[in-house]
Design a binder for this molecule. Structure first.
Ligand SMILES: C[S@@+](CC[C@H](N)C(=O)[O-])C[C@H]1O[C@@H](n2cnc3c(N)ncnc32)[C@H](O)[C@@H]1O
Length: 304
């Protein structure tokens, strides 16, 4: 079995869950089962739940996790939806390794890569809308909004105009054509000039930030006693959401900032931030797996 994805920060993830002895563990972004297989191996008494919205990833992991099938259940769907059906299930550990997998990026027909002949970028191939609909159907204002807010691209207006100019000649049907538009306009630094544009379209299409917000809402509502939550992000927009929410979860006082005096019990914190600073990959890992370069791991422990 050739494994198409190397799990990032594996050692650090395993360390975060080292005290997990039994109970339910949820891997929100199962992918190719990298983190999950090591966690299942290290903790023979845990019950594992794995979720992914990508059928290809799920099929692969079903095979890979076969030796653990008696204590592992896999679901196809969005991680933001799963917790509604786990209301009565006490969870001990939650992992999410956001973003796309190496296979999604590398497989040309998935349309995530800059040189791809298609323009797709759907994580769930069952969804009807693809990147092609955004690139060819969004108005100038809509394109500007996503390039500005989800790509943080400085010349976001020019980039939106350039896309519209090209598509006015003929519909844009490949990632290759799209990346050439960015290459002409944006100076490449350390990253490919089209990186942020592709990031913006992917985030919009797959509702990636909304998914993280909804996951954090679900974890906040559930707040299982003693649960460890480990979240890996790949860019500042994702990381900001996690960082701010963890900070909110440590607030003791929940009185209005306008209140003259505190009238709450000042014991409203939900738990402790385990990682005061995010954990990042070592130079050795970055060399072996360049994708780990931008990974940040933050860990929170809900109180007992
Ligand atoms: C970085 S990969 C995970 C790799 C995995 N940790 C491993 O070691 O093989 C992220 C995975 O999360 C999935 N994913 C992203 N957003 C999702 C969501 N909202 N719901 C479910 N799966 C999602 C993607 O389809 C992708 O397979």
């Amino acid at each position: 079995m050739t494994i198409p994805h190397v799990p990032v920060l594996l050692h650090e993830v395993l360390e975060s869950f080292r005290d997990l002895d039994e109970g339910y563990f949820v891997d929100c972004t199962l992918g190719y089962g990298g983190h999950s297989s090591f966690l299942l191996e290290a903790h023979p008494n845990i019950q594992h739940i794995g979720i992914d919205r990508d059928q290809e990833a799920l099929d692969f992991s079903t095979q890979r996790l076969q030796p653990y099938a008696h204590r592992s259940t896999l679901y196809k769907g969005k991680f933001s939806d799963i917790f509604a059906s786990l209301k009565e299930t006490p969870i001990k550990g939650v992992l999410a390794d956001f973003g796309v997998s190496s296979l999604q990026l590398d497989k040309r027909e998935r349309g995530f890569g800059f040189e791809s002949d298609t323009l797709d970028m759907r994580m769930d191939q069952g969804e009807s809308m693809s990147a092609k609909d955004i690139v060819n159907g969004y108005s100038q204002e809509q394109l500007e909004y996503i390039f500005h807010h989800y790509g943080e691209i400085r010349p976001y207006q020019q980039l939106a105009s350039a896309v519209i100019q090209v598509r006015n000649q003929a519909p844009i049907t490949s990632a290759k054509t799209l990346s050439h538009i960015a290459t002409k306009l944006i100076k490449g630094g350390k990253i490919h000039p089209a990186t942020l544009m592709f990031q913006a379209i992917r985030i919009e299409l797959n509702r990636e930030l909304e998914e993280i917000e909804r996951l954090l809402d679900a974890l906040e509502a559930k707040r299982d006693k003693g649960a460890i939550v480990a979240l890996i992000t790949f860019h500042s927009l994702e990381d900001r959401l996690v960082k701010n929410r963890f900070k909110k979860w440590t607030q003791k006082c929940i009185c209005s900032p306008h209140a003259l005096q505190c009238s709450c019990s000042r014991d409203n914190e939900l738990g402790t931030i385990i990682t005061k600073k995010p954990i990042v990959a070592t130079p050795k890992e970055i060399k072996q797996n360049p994708r780990s370069r931008s990974a940040k791991l933050r860990v929170f422990e809900f109180k007992e």
